[in-house]
Design a protein around this ligand. Structure first.
Ligand code: GDG
Length: 488
């Protein structure tokens, strides 16, 4: 198993005296006001969850947009603050966006255009010229802030996700000594799906300004290479798996992202989490329930939440003997609520939960609990600990970290993972029960199968899954990524 220490060694060897700068839209710590005092929360989202342990191990500067109500209060004149707040290990540099910029760049081009374009869930992308203008402007703003920080020094900039597709190009125009690598956290679609994008050439050119471009799985790499072949006059080198465009080479690689297994496993056995277990059981009246099924997602149409509730409905229709014995508790954090599709989805979920509960509930029991409030890491760990089954049903997902977090938390070797075949995680986690979320009948049967699985089989499967996640932890992911830079 590779550790923080191994990662530090690799960073020293590969990055040397270059400055390490990570850039993402979302910040890893959000400062808020709580009872008149400044406090902080960790945002909901996979990219940030995965990268914070890496930055804690390596140090450096993380540039992101400031989004918390108390964010401006805690930074110095340069917009910087040490994090984690209680024991700083790296610097968070915040960028301030205006409402118009946030609207056009974040809600607009990033989430109304690129997000649905890359997830094949039959949700139509919306392309607006004004959103694109803001998208370019904000990418340039990130580039200016980074350049101001590093000047003409040598640096390595590690760019995250679909919000910053043009950043490498802007950075290199300003300082050609900078090395950049980009990790794309969401799927890359097939060329047929991508070709409708009016800004496809600019996006591809932006990404090909990088020295290294990473996706979760080889399937997304292949889709990207095919897209480049179709859309640009570039040379795809199949031997090196790279693209040469206008004399510059970009290596294209698959790096399945992961979690800090050890930390999550330790947290699960902590006293704090034990306390949360009792509180949660009390709060949601779970003490007498025989089988607890859990779900944890941002409220997003790609996550298949409606499909999941429908499958639970079908399960109780087909197998009424499980009424009063099984509860499905779904935790859903609201996200991107300024976008109509997300508002509508939230309303649809409310209606569906209402209908299913009305249909199946008996005195003192309802099949579905939908919890919307923000949960702390300890509370989430407690959910993982009490849930007999973790139900993860995205219609399309880059990786899905919830699956890996649940596995890392199950030190008791119990618990079953039911996982959509359309997640990146399904390629690695062979011992899960796979489902097609578009097929409610077989989905319902898989829930039954998970409930009825014998203790010995559960243990064997969980042992195998834990081995995979332990060996392929977040440090291994980061080490593989950074080591690849040596080939440039
Ligand atoms: C993107 C890709 C890829 C959830 N609710 C709360 C909370 N969470 C945390 C979970 C988990 C994370 O959010 C969600 O991670 P996912 O991987 O499921 O999903 P995305 O946010 O869509 O992430 C995805 C990922 O990037 C990484 O590359 O896996 O495919 O879509 O860590 O625990 N955390 C807290 N409170 C909550 O209420 N603190």
């Amino acid at each position: 198993m590779l550790t923080k220490r191994d990662l530090r060694k690799v960073i020293r060897k590969v990055i040397g005296n270059r400055l390490l700068v990570l850039a993402s839209n979302r910040e890893p710590y959000i400062h808020i006001y709580k009872e008149g005092k400044i406090d902080y929360i960790r945002p909901v989202g996979g990219a940030v969850t995965a990268l914070d342990p890496v930055m804690r191990a390596c140090g450096g500067i993380w540039v992101a947009s400031g989004s918390g109500p108390a964010d401006k209060k805690v930074v110095n004149k340069k917009g910087e603050v040490g994090v984690p707040p209680e024991n700083p290990k790296y610097t968070l540099k915040r960028i301030w966006l205006s409402k118009e910029e946030e609207n056009g760049y974040y809600f607009g081009f990033s989430n109304k255009a690129i997000w649905p374009l890359c997830h094949v869930t039959y949700t139509r992308p919306v392309f607006e010229e004004s959103d694109w203008r803001h998208y370019k402007k904000v990418n340039e703003k990130f580039a200016d802030a980074i350049i101001k920080k590093i000047g003409r020094k040598k640096a390595f900039v590690w760019i995250q996700d679909y919000h910053l597709a043009l950043l490498a190009k802007y950075l290199k125009e300003k300082n050609p000594n900078i090395k950049t690598a980009h990790f794309w956290h969401i799927p890359w679609p097939n060329p047929e799906a991508f070709r409708i994008c009016p800004k496809k050439k600019e996006i591809l050119e932006g990404l090909l300004a990088n020295d290294l471009l990473g996706f979760h799985i080889l399937y997304f790499c292949r889709n990207f290479l095919e897209t480049v072949n179709l859309e640009l006059e570039a040379r795809v080198d199949n031997e090196r798996t790279s693209v040469i465009y206008r004399g510059h080479e970009t290596l294209i690689r698959g790096f399945p992202i992961s979690v800090d297994f050890e930390e999550l496993s330790k947290l699960s056995d902590s006293k704090k989490v034990a306390k949360e277990v009792s509180k949660i059981k009390e709060e949601f009246a779970l003490t007498k329930i025989e089988f607890i099924i859990m779900g944890l997602d941002r409220i997003d149409y790609t996550k298949g939440i409606l499909e999941k509730i429908k499958a639970v409905d079908r399960f109780f229709e087909k197998y009424p003997e499980y009424k009063e014995r099984v509860v499905f508790i779904q935790k859903g954090a609201l996200s991107r609520m300024h976008i109509e599709t997300y508002k509508d989805l939230n309303d649809q979920i409310n209606d569906q939960v209402e209908d299913v509960n009305w249909k199946h509930s008996t005195e003192g029991w309802a099949p579905v609990i939908f919890a919307r409030r923000h949960f702390s890491r300890e509370e989430i760990s407690a959910f993982y600990k009490i849930a007999d089954i973790c139900l993860i049903s995205p219609l399309h997902d880059g990786m899905n970290l919830v699956a890996k977090e649940y596995i890392a938390a199950r030190n008791d070797l119990s618990g079953v993972v039911v996982l959509s075949q359309f997640t990146g995680a399904a390629r690695e986690l062979k011992s899960v029960i796979q489902v097609n979320p578009y097929d409610p009948d077989s989905f319902a049967d898989k829930i039954k199968k998970a409930i009825e699985m014998g203790a010995e089989e559960k243990q064997k499967k969980m042992e195998r899954l834990r081995k995979v996640v332990l060996e392929n932890n977040i440090y291994k992911w980061a080490i593989k990524f950074i080591s690849e830079l040596q080939k440039i």
